[in-house]
Design a protein. Structure first.
Length: 102
């Protein structure tokens, strides 16, 4: 498994390096509220876009994970309360009914 991971990471870096070498052309980037025109290599623009996407997705996963942990704690508390109730019902004495079975 470790070898497979190493191979994939190596292939990723080789692909990223060759992409950077092949896409050295400069691109001009003008955004809505920026008066200046930014000039940067194309590969850098692509890498920054990918990095921003990863960061946004990561924050979404952290938020979802936090909500799920809260839900798990709430469910565990409910389980403990129900188990306590079940144990108290099991410990109740059995009362005999006054009417005979027919």
């Amino acid at each position: 498994m470790r070898l497979l991971k190493t191979v994939f990471v190596t292939l990723f870096f080789i692909t990223a390096i060759t992409f950077a070498i092949k896409n050295q052309e400069s691109v001009s980037l003008q955004y809505y509220f920026v008066n200046e025109v930014l000039t940067m290599p194309l590969f850098l623009l692509v890498f920054i876009s990918i990095l921003l996407g990863i960061l946004i997705a990561g924050f979404g996963c952290v938020f979802t994970s936090f909500k799920l942990k809260q839900e798990i704690k709430r469910q565990q508390k409910t389980i403990l309360e129900l188990e306590d109730e079940l144990n108290s019902l099991r410990n109740l004495p059995i009362m005999e009914s006054k009417q005979p079975y027919e």
